[in-house]
Ligand binder design. Sequence first.
Ligand SMILES: Cc1ncc(COP(=O)(O)O)c(C=O)c1O
Length: 492
Amino acid sequence: METNASELLSREHEQLGQAVIRLIVEHARTLDEVRVCSEATPADLEKIFDEPLPVVSSNAEDILARFARDILPHAMQIASPRYYGLFNPTPLPIAVWADALSSAINQNGAAWRNSPSASIIEARVLRWLCTLIGYGEESFGTLTSGGSEANLVALKCARDHAGEMVRTQGLRAVASSKKAFIVYASKQCHYSLEKSVDILGLGRESLRTIATDDCFHIRISALREEIEHDLAEGNTPLCIVGVAGATSTGVVDPLGELADIAEQYELWFHVDAAYGGALAFSEKYKERLRGIERARSITIDPHKWMFVPFACGAVLVRDGAKVLRDAFDITPEYLSEDRGGADTASDFFRYGQLGTRRFNALKLWMALKCMGIRGYSEVVERHIELTHYFAQRIDELKDFERIGPIETAVCCFRFLPEEVRCLNETEHDRWQRALQQRVERSGAAWLATTVLHGRRALRVNINSFLTEQRHIDDLVELLRRESQELMTERKA
Ligand SMILES: Cc1ncc(COP(=O)(O)O)c(C=O)c1O
């Protein structure tokens, strides 16, 4: 009897699935031992992959063997417990497999009709995020590709808030071309805000980055001065952005005070909680977000401190779906069939700039069900405690100097032995880079550098649920060893 096509598809999945499972299982098993990053240069990798567009088919076994040989060893091992880099998590297994499921059923979440269960699940996970953050029943949101897109969507809502005709006519509807519409955020804000004001036609100079205090929080007095200055110049203050979990330092702006100022001047208040939003899971630490619920819009990224694999961001709006719909809704002929009304509320293409959208809600839905508030709370609290432990170990080393407070799971510091301390700041910066490079080349861990108050610093973020105290001890020992060797090398 002839085998039908879907039977063949099923067999292919079975065969490939088993082969892929073996790769994923082995990857997980060796995560604690493998080099965190490859030593290959871009040129090395270009050479490995320098081949013409394939003309004939290769078999799947060979393609997977190529993945194992050439791709995997040169990947950054973000899932490693020894990866202390950017806000990139070890992904939860259930969310990894959810990704495979959503690819298999390939829902197009733009319109409800093309993704009935997916759209309803997207609405459900957004409701859960709104509840988590302390928003009321009328709040709404949309999933995005990440924090950058979420910030853009939020600032589009803020821009449209400048006047009724702005969406149709642009800002000329409300002002002469000489005057600017201003967005305020701390100097620690994420670069996506600058891109967003550019994309929205406000111009990059319309982002006022406000000085921060010694703890890298926005200076409230400086913010007030800037707003007053802009008003005096005839510019229009539009929006204040508070950062909850700044990219470089992980600190949280005083959100309540920012909400007060936004209310006083009638400005849109947005909170970029892409990373720090996860504090809301913890009874112990959620106080740090107090005031976030007063924001008109919030960015929160499940693909940061919620261990969902990329890409999965979200933007939430306090005052209901209408806010997003007013900013983004459009009705193309092929998506405008009247099906009785109720379902268009679940057409997510109406709430953001994405058309075709992946069923990313599935991995978030599964992650939230698998972890629950308690599971997330336990990991977030453990990460903060481990970061304090790391800071305490760094404080014990005489050649290191810590910078800023620990409010999430980020710790910044500098390597400044006496011999370096007496040099100029450019030299100080060079030493931080040199130490980071040594750690990177060792393959035993990975950490980033950043610039704080104009000077280069080392930055550690704990973002793997696999990281334990012994990993932190190893990291401290690695820093101690590499810094000693760096000193010896420089003296020679
Ligand atoms: C505070 C903050 N906001 C926004 C973003 C942008 O998020 P994404 O990289 O997911 O676009 C980041 C990224 O690190 C961030 O730290």
